[in-house]
Design a protein around this ligand. Sequence first.
Ligand code: ATP
Ligand code: MG
Length: 402
Amino acid sequence: MTTSFNAIICRYHEIAIKGHNRNMFEQKMVDNIRYLLRRIENIQVKKVRGRIWVQRKEMVPFSAADMTEIHDRMKMAFGLESYSPAIMTPPDIEALKDAVRSSAAPYFNAALAQNQTISFRIRASRSDKEFPMRSKDIEIALATLVGDIFDQDRLKINLDKAMVTVGCEVRREFAIIFYESFRCPGGLPVGSNSSVLALLSGGIDSPVACYMMMKRGCPVDYVTFHSSPYTPPETTDKVKKMGALLNEFQRPGKLFSCNLAEIQKAIRDNCRPDFRTVLYRRMMLRIAAKIAGNNGNRALLTGESVGQVASQTIINMGVINAATEMLILRPLVGIDKNETIRMAREIGTLDLSNVQVPDSCTVFAPSSPATAAPMFRVLEEEQKLGDWESIIDKIVTEAEVF
Ligand code: ATP
Ligand code: MG
């Protein structure tokens, strides 16, 4: 037998959302939760003073399948700290006792099945000071009830550390009973900050970078570069799949797909081979900045991390950075690869990242790229390209949008 719940209580740190933006943050969170749980029929998400509540219309209990969906999706609710499945009742002690009677068995029996005696506690709080019982009295009443339902001799109360904790909150409008809290990712609700355009490669790093900025409240659109016909359609297909995967965390962002081949050929034919990677990257940023400008994104986002590859030395990053005035966010800049891999596994992007497809940047790549390309030399090389601006304008115009 499992307990059936008719509400989910969602908690967030009010401290994070203090000030005059508070309403906006809360409203975004409500919208986002509604979106995440959209596959549950008749879902309702409401906010009542410092808490967000999820219910189904007319308080219909959640099915087992609903609960699975809730556990799956609430992991993606940026801005929330935790949530608890709960039984919501009128604010009345008899109703609370009924709720405990109908819900406690799975928790207590599971613990009793494994132990001769078990510890439990009731933790009650009331925000409605007009409720006729104090928190302490509610705890005593419910603890006595638990003693009556289960074998008294095998139970003991432990207020500090208990195997079963029964939570109870009494408010003016309703009361709840709950047993467990599940962690959410924290951060800020997506949409509470400006949108950014991520350079998404399908590697391990850039999807993690997207996740990190969504978690700071930024909706993310994506741009990816391929070098058709030198890279196969699989290169873009993989990034499309990655975009779809990342879009599970937010209202879907757009994916722009650009063919870099023409500017790469110009670079191959006119410039020093060891500078190619840096030159490609500068062009990528310029194209990305133009798309971001047209699309209303306020910053670019990459998965760069210092020291990882030749293009990510501090000197080369500086030279690449200077190609645009737009803010470039690099949330992984100081993060070890192992840590990024761990995050990618947790987020669920690692397996897809590990699928090997040819990468746009490796097309015509030099065997030994420069690790410290001086700025003035890079500018000289770009001079040799002639009217590269028209080429990148054409690439922007011809970008495909998914
Ligand atoms: P990733 O795992 O994200 O590919 P990486 O460690 O392989 O990163 P690079 O391939 O040098 O490092 O790329 C650094 C960053 O440049 C990437 O994180 C990504 O933001 C961007 N980038 C690289 N290649 C592409 C591409 N083909 N399309 C879009 N962005 C790209
Ligand atoms: Mg890469």
